[in-house]
Design a protein around this ligand. Structure first.
Ligand code: BJW
Ligand code: ZN
Length: 240
């Protein structure tokens, strides 16, 4: 199916970064395990205790900055080179797809390295910068917040529209390493199915979409994706 597909769309979640040592959100050992997501990942939590929320995000920024993309991220870069059109949609905020070499990634939930001012709403790229415990805006002095999408917030303008258009257009949607419980991201599966597209899930465990998709590949993304690549016919040799 992949060899014949002209266009592929991919939706990734935390599971694709698990082999890079980044904890997922749900399940044993997950970020939300023993923590209440609503006490950290909502605008209300930030208004109530910005320092606590920043502690959580600064810890994650450090963790992610020290991690490296894995074979799963790299296989998606190679897959993109094998098809006419490829759209990578991610719920991840870790930027590991970009560091592996993927361009034009649709980040549905923002990322850890941009911060946004709560006063003047300017966005600043803070890659490689260690932030203070309670960072403030260089321009207006107001408190800045992590540039991620919290529960109850809308997705970044234009990103959702592009993601939706891609899954409607592409012959195949690959859904990798997501529990498929957070909306609207998980709704992309129903949109693809509604448009008559083929949906393939790659996940260690069963999810709410497992019974609805055309094919389930059960296992680790960093093993299955390179194996899929191996089984695609090799690219034509470059003329010498
Ligand atoms: C592996 C693996 C390996 C592990 N290989 N696999 C409709 C119905 C119900 C609720 C709602 C709805 N519409 C909206 C809502 C509310 C809410 C929502 O969805 N709630 C549900 C949880 C009940 N959604 C929102 O609030 C969204 N906004 C919105 O809808 O705006 C409109 C609106 C505005 C105002 C009022 C009402 C509506 C925004 C959602 C933002 C989510 N943000 C987070 C935090 C980002 C910042 C941060 O990182 O801290 O995004 S939550 C968290 O979950 C994060 C993730 O991107 C997201 C998804 O998690 P993901 O990636 O699926 O990870 P896990 O851990 O859940 O799963 C990992 C999977 O990998 C597992 O399946 C493993 O098996 C697998 N795995 N290792 C392969 N090696
Ligand atoms: Zn400002």
């Amino acid at each position: 199916m992949l060899a014949q597909a002209g266009e592929i769309a991919v939706l990734t979640g935390a599971g694709i970064s698990a082999e890079s040592g980044i904890p997922t959100f749900r399940g044993l050992g997950g970020l939300w395990n023993g923590r209440a997501p609503l006490s950290l990942a909502t605008p209300e939590a930030f208004a109530h205790d910005p320092q606590l929320v920043w502690e959580f995000y600064n810890w994650r920024r450090e963790l992610v900055a020290q991690a490296e993309p894995n074979a799963g991220h790299r296989a998606l870069v190679a897959l993109a080179g094998r098809v006419d059109r490829f759209t990578l949609i991610t719920q991840n905020v870790d930027r590991l797809h970009q560091r592996a070499g993927s361009g034009d990634v649709l980040e549905l939930h923002g990322n850890l390295f941009e911060v946004r001012c709560t006063g003047c709403h300017r966005t600043f790229d803070q890659t490689g910068i260690t932030l203070p415990a309670l960072p403030h805006c260089e321009a207006c002095g107001h408190l800045v917040r992590p540039g991620v999408v919290w529960f109850g917030e809308t997705l970044p303008p234009g990103i959702w529209e592009s993601a939706e258009a891609a899954v409607r257009r592409a012959g195949i949607l690959l859904v990798i390493g997501t529990s498929a419980v957070v909306f609207p991201a998980a709704g992309l599966v129903a949109i693809a199915r509604g448009a008559g597209r083929t949906v393939i899930e790659i996940n260690l465990e069963a999810t709410p979409i497992s019974d609805e998709v055309d094919l389930v590949l059960r296992g680790q993304a960093a093993e299955i994706l390179p194996e899929l690549l191996n089984r695609l016919s090799p690219p034509p040799l470059a003329a010498t």
